[in-house]
Write a protein that binds this ligand. Structure first.
Ligand code: AMP
Ligand code: MG
Length: 478
């Protein structure tokens, strides 16, 4: 379809007025296209030629509205670092309408009623990070919001220094957060709360629309999706960095990419967010925080379902998380049938990796080629003895596998990515982009789409992170 043929809908606007505020985007000055995502365009039925037109850039800039658009910002609250903030909301994201089930949103398109002291903008570096990373998560098979396009500008935006503004056109099947429920619960606006729950069920859990005890069932499924997402983050080595309840998706998606990081050397205590001094959102604490956040959500639903039953649903979290995590780690190790003692093998491995300072992604990719010859694996760590000990257990465990070595290798190569977008790689893309060269963005986008493929041209990104860039921290404006 041509852009001019599209008719956007706005289902969220059917909710009570308190749920949102209408607002027009404030376009950036002198904008240009940095990247457009043809795969997402296909999902939206937009012709790919349209993506390279001037009109498309104006559309992403919020300067040209498609038919049916009625832009608005969503209202929500949230627990930030454990402290309740009664009103947050989209301070720099503006929803511009829906195509099929995809809700389009411009991030960085100016102030809204919820901007507080913020300027409503997103800088180029953080926009590159969000654009690439949401596609990378999708490429890894992890539920995530996605992005149609990234535009840059000459518009000056002040952070600690002057930078330039950018906009990411994000798309998602849901933008509702745990914090959206907390907003109405805190205000004791139970009518709105119920309308929101009904909307979220219809949007993300449509099979529950007519279910008995639908709010309880809804919560039960949010628990399951969240447990699954946490297991996926842990297995792939992803640290989100800001797991406030306003950054938790009711649909179980990864949302709001800020100071996130993939692990370099394995470190369960790694904290990617510079402002997180206590390590509340450290890598190893993410599954606990997932549960903490679900508990906050549970309290908001207590007017609509029995608290004891909600608590019972939440009590399933640990088992759901552990089962999924074990399953994913079993796949990463090439184990075709899981055994009870495999959890010990995994714990032993993680302890060994932490002690020997081994690159998480590189280890599993290297192990995907293992057939008894140990020298390549041994070279990844500081010492040999602990690695030998773990490999002895692994060799023993592999004897119980029913698949052939070739089958194991091929399955592991589909599970253990060759590349993840580590922060030093993103920084390389950002540094070049700030000089007007977007070729590294293009290359990382290609890698992000298929992280399992071998690519000779990008071999240097498949190794361990260079020492100078390992396990760094990022600021919240990232
Ligand atoms: P985040 O940590 O990025 O998820 O943001 C937390 C809250 O601050 C959300 O309500 C955002 O909309 C808001 N926010 C962050 N940056 C800005 C900004 N530059 N201008 C306005 N609001 C912002
Ligand atoms: Mg957020």
């Amino acid at each position: 379809m041509k852009l001019s043929e599209i008719k956007l809908t706005n289902p969220y606007l059917a909710l009570p007025d308190e749920c949102y505020t209408r607002v027009k985007p404030t376009p950036l000055e002198n904008v240009f296209l940095i990247h457009a995502n043809e795969e997402v365009a296909k999902l939206l039925d937009i012709d790919s030629e349209e993506l390279y037109s001037d009109a498309f850039v104006e559309f992403v800039n919020g300067a040209w509205q498609l038919e049916g658009s009625d832009p608005f910002a969503m209202c929500y609250a949230g627990h930030q670092f454990g402290h309740f903030v009664p009103r947050l909301g989209d301070g720099r994201a503006i929803n511009i309408g829906t195509i099929k089930q995809w809700h389009l949103q411009l991030k960085g398109a100016g102030q809204t009623r919820y901007s507080r002291s913020g300027d409503g903008r997103a800088v180029l570096r953080s926009s590159i990070r969000e654009y690439l990373m949401s596609e990378a998560m999708h490429g890894l098979g992890i539920e995530s919001t996605r992005a149609l396009a990234l535009i840059g500008s000459e518009h000056k935006v002040y952070r600690e220094v002057w930078e330039t503004g950018a906009i990411v056109l994000r798309v998602s099947p849901s933008w509702i957060r745990f914090g959206t429920f907390e907003y109405f619960s805190h205000k004791k606006r139970y009518e709105e709360l119920e309308a929101l729950a009904d909307y979220a069920i219809a949007e993300s859990y449509p099979h529950l629309v007519d279910a008995p005890n639908k709010y309880l069932q809804f919560f039960t499924e949010v628990v399951a999706r969240t447990a699954r997402l946490m297991a996926e983050w842990q297995a792939v080595g992803f640290n989100h960095g800001v797991m406030n309840t306003d950054n938790m998706s009711i649909a179980g998606l990864t949302i709001d990419y800020g100071p996130y990081a993939f692990l370099d050397d394995y470190d369960s205590k790694y904290i990617c967010n510079h402002t997180d001094q206590g390590g509340r959102y450290s890598f190893g604490n993410q599954p606990n925080i997932g549960e903490w956040n679900l508990q906050a959500l549970m309290h908001t639903l207590s007017p609509m379902a029995h608290i004891h039953k909600l608590e019972k649903a939440l009590a399933q979290y640990t088992e759901l998380y552990t089962d999924r995590y074990l399953q994913l780690m079993g796949q990463k190790l090439g184990l075709d049938v899981l055994k009870d003692e495999d959890l010990e093998l995994i714990k032993h491995l993680l302890g060994m990796m932490q002690g020997l300072q081994i690159d998480y992604t590189l280890f599993f990719r290297t192990l995907s080629h293992y057939e008894g010859e140990r020298s390549t694996l041994l070279s990844l760590g500081l010492f040999h003895k602990p690695m030998h000990e773990w490999l002895d257990s692994y060799d023993e465990r592999l004897k119980a596998n029913t698949s052939t070595t070739e089958e194991r290798h091929s399955a592991m190569l589909q599970t253990n990515p060759k590349y993840v977008l580590k922060n030093y790689m993103l920084q390389e893309a950002i540094t070049a982009a700030e000089d007007g060269d977007f070729s590294v963005v293009d290359r990382l986008f290609e890698i992000a789409k298929d992280p399992y493929a071998e690519r000779q041209a990008h071999e240097r990104w498949a190794g361990a992170t260079p020492d100078a860039f390992k396990n760094q921290k990022l600021s919240c404006s990232s």
